[in-house]
Design a protein around this ligand. Structure first.
Ligand code: DQA
Length: 145
């Protein structure tokens, strides 16, 4: 069974309280529970990690290579400027799918660019929790390595 790391970056631990008009009222725990149930139904094992710290996210990306078949990554605001996270994604051989709850392209100018996107396998934005589910589905196909 594929084992996927769901990696959430800064401020995503504030889901539910943070800008609910943009991100909704569900919490990170709600997201993780929903994804856990969804993935169980399609025979995918998930592990969750969230950090507000760039270095912790980089360590998690490096360590993931040995443990997981792929990563679903929401880098939060690091998406827009962290070359270190971009390099960490480029430095590992398992696929990383970049996910955003909101559609950054429909928001402030500084969110329009992702420095992660060019090294990610793909990007899903603006679909809320569904975006994570769609990213998980990608790993149902064993050829998507
Ligand atoms: C986000 C979008 C980013 O621009 C923002 O900084 C976040 C959340 C999203 O999921 O929509 O923290 O990654």
């Amino acid at each position: 069974m594929p084992h996927i790391l769901i990696l959430n970056g800064p401020n995503l631990n504030r889901l539910g309280k943070r800008e609910p008009d943009v991100y909704g009222r569900d919490t990170l725990t709600d997201l993780e529970q929903k994804l856990f149930q969804f993935a169980e139904g399609i025979q995918i094992e998930l592990t969750f990690f969230q950090s507000n710290h760039e270095g912790d996210l980089i360590d998690a990306l490096h360590e993931a290579e040995e443990q997981y078949d792929g990563i679903v990554l929401n880098p939060g605001a690091f998406s827009h400027y962290s070359y270190a996270i971009r390099d960490a994604v480029a430095a590992i051989s398992i696929p990383v799918i970049e996910v955003h709850l909101s559609n950054p392209h429909a928001r402030e100018e500084f969110r329009h660019r992702s420095v992660i996107a060019p090294v990610a396998r793909g990007q899903i934005t603006g679909l809320g929790f569904e975006g994570y589910k769609l990213a998980i589905c990608y790993f149902m196909n064993a050829n998507n390595k």
